[in-house]
Design a protein around this ligand. Structure first.
Ligand code: FEO
Length: 171
């Protein structure tokens, strides 16, 4: 059984994951508008992954006999200065999400909620990858700053990202 405080914190994280999805989808639309189809595809797949993260928490709350409460998702920005600015924002956002996950772990530990702590370790590990993949693109964009032709090569590379695979639905 989840405590009321843990339940509220997990519900807030469901909202944060959906906001992340909305943010990346907005970035994807911006890149698509710029005819950067590979960037748009990478970000759309990222948006799909965030919905998978949200649903993992949604299922976990139910498994622990908690109540899922969905709340309004904030509107994301719709404009950025450049693809570089998009990935600066992506990397910063993932660092923010890591901080949110760490706070959830702190709460689970403070409540001796070992099951939630164990569940959250998947997210702790996932955040290492999330930050690394955003930073990898960001570093490449920084290298390309003075070579616009390179943007098209990177666009092609990002277009190769495979689709996100949802986990099997909870029973
Ligand atoms: Fe759900 Fe990108 O963290």
């Amino acid at each position: 059984m989840l405590s009321a405080k843990m339940e509220a914190a997990l519900n807030a994280q469901i909202n944060a994951e959906y906001y992340s999805s909305y943010l990346y989808l907005s970035m994807s639309a911006y890149c698509r508008e710029m005819n950067l189809e590979g960037f748009a595809s990478w970000l759309r797949i990222q948006a799909d992954e965030e919905m998978i993260h949200a649903m993992k928490i949604y299922d976990f709350v139910h498994e622990r006999s908690g109540r899922v409460t969905l709340t309004a998702i904030d509107a994301p920005p719709t404009e950025w200065e450049s693809p570089l600015a998009v990935f600066e924002a992506t990397f910063a956002h993932e660092q923010h999400v890591t901080a949110l996950i760490n706070k959830l772990v702190d709460l689970a530990i403070s409540e001796s909620d070992h099951a939630t702590n164990s569940f959250l370790q998947w997210f702790v590990n996932e955040q290492v990858e999330e930050e690394a993949s955003a930073d990898a693109v960001l570093q490449k964009l920084k290298l390309l700053a003075n070579a616009p032709g390179g943007l098209f090569m990177l666009d092609r590379e990002l277009g190769l990202r495979p689709a996100a695979t949802p986990p099997a639905p909870a029973t």
